[in-house]
Design a protein around this ligand. Sequence first.
Ligand SMILES: N[C@@H](CCC(=O)N[C@@H](CS)C(=O)NCC(=O)O)C(=O)O
Length: 232
Amino acid sequence: MSDVIVYGFPVSTYVNVVRLVLAHKGVPFEFHDLEPEMGGTTHLALHPFGRVPILEHDGFRIYETSAIAAYVDEAFTGPALQPANARERARMNQWVSALNGYYYPNIAFHLGHERLIYPALRIAPDEKVVSVALPRIATALDVMERELAHGREFLVTDAPTLADFFMLPTMTTLSLTGEGHGMLAATPRIAAWQARMEALPSVIEVRSMVAPHIGKPVEHARAWVTSHRPRY
Ligand SMILES: N[C@@H](CCC(=O)N[C@@H](CS)C(=O)NCC(=O)O)C(=O)O
């Protein structure tokens, strides 16, 4: 039994950021599928805001993906995922913040819910939500495509940092949607970055954990129509 446990539901974007970081550091972990407990007392005891992931390590429990990822990088050996250089570290944190503020909300939350999560539950998509998200996604992709023009292998340096692992699950969600697939065909540098990421052994390992759950209904997401969907 591992002394590291990740709590979450299998297709969660942020859960998969944590699984990627752990895998890349070479840290073995158990996965506790919270799907049947989402929103209940056992879940809220782990995360008072009702979200995932939560990480437990040897009696220490923490939530919020940025805090978990930095903790994993600092508490375990394995490749350093936060650059020592202050400017590179600032750039990495800029990417993590941009993911949280712009990429994840428009790609995973709005487009991903309407095109992947709700249809799997036989809930009709709200085209207005999609039409508001798409131009914002186009802007975000344009920013990323231009950043990747600097010739680095990954977003910040020539080795992956937390920035890359934060971005990957959201970009994977984008590529699973029809609109996203089309947009990514016009961003060759993002496509090349994604291919480099997908060739990493850690990414291959985590993908194999997630693959059986792709396209399956996320039952607790039925409530998101009222709790998460914007009303324009
Ligand atoms: N600020 C949180 C956000 C986590 C988050 O939004 N997780 C989503 C899954 S990707 C979630 O828990 N959704 C469940 C729900 O809203 O019911 C973090 O960085 O960990």
